[in-house]
Design a protein. Structure first.
Length: 212
């Protein structure tokens, strides 16, 4: 008799429930993030940020999520960095959260909008003093001939501001990704993964489960 994959044929069960298609995507994101904050040893708010230039050539890097609500998902950067320049030319982005310990992913795609000056000022003020000085001293993503040049600029900024307030640089701010698309993914045995997407249709969401 021919051999059969009895393990695969048995369709093993799992205690993990299927993604609830009735869920609101923001509420589901918050629930998964709260679980990640308990399970992930480092930076549960780390996310891949993918951008593209005016010609459509993509680039990706990991940044930290610094806030989210129903308006979208916020991160901060030097606006003259590569991602800042690309977002200026092509104001659309994709985010990817991967929580290895939970075997889950969330993909988010949407349009980019700048945060308000008040939001940027408040977040900048919450950063450590050395991080604020670093934002002033760094020409992010630009060529650096010698590390000593940056360290000198950092020391100069420290001497300039002393113990006084450190203003937010005009070229340092935040962006909000306003979602048009969510995909929630969770691992299941034998690569029979569970996937579901939420697509924005006006003020509503069109929800569909996907094949693995």
């Amino acid at each position: 008799m021919p051999e059969t994959d009895t393990a695969a044929a048995s369709f093993p069960s799992t205690d993990q429930p299927l993604i609830d298609l009735r869920a609101d995507p923001f509420t589901l994101f918050e629930a998964w993030m709260q679980e990640a904050e308990k399970a992930e040893p480092n930076d549960p708010n780390a996310m891949v940020l993918a951008t593209a230039n005016a010609e459509g050539r993509p680039s990706a890097r990991i940044v930290l999520l610094k806030g989210f609500d129903r308006r979208g998902f916020v991160f901060y950067t030097n606006m003259f960095s590569r991602k800042g320049r690309e977002l200026e030319a092509n104001p659309h982005a994709a985010l990817l959260f991967h929580w290895k310990s939970l075997r889950r992913q969330i993909r988010i795609e949407g349009d980019i909008f700048p945060v308000s000056d008040e939001e940027a000022d408040a977040y900048f003020a919450s950063r450590s003093r050395i991080s604020r000085l670093g934002a002033i001293a760094s020409s992010q993503s630009r060529p650096l001939a010698d590390r000593a040049i940056f360290e000198k600029r950092l020391k100069d900024a420290e001497e300039e501001f002393g113990e006084g307030p450190i203003p937010r640089p005009e070229n340092w701010s935040g962006y909000r990704v306003t979602p048009q698309h969510f995909e929630f993914w969770q691992e299941r045995p034998y690569r029979l993964h569970d996937r579901a997407i939420w697509e924005r249709q006006g003020n509503e969401w069109d929800v569909t489960r996907l094949y693995p």
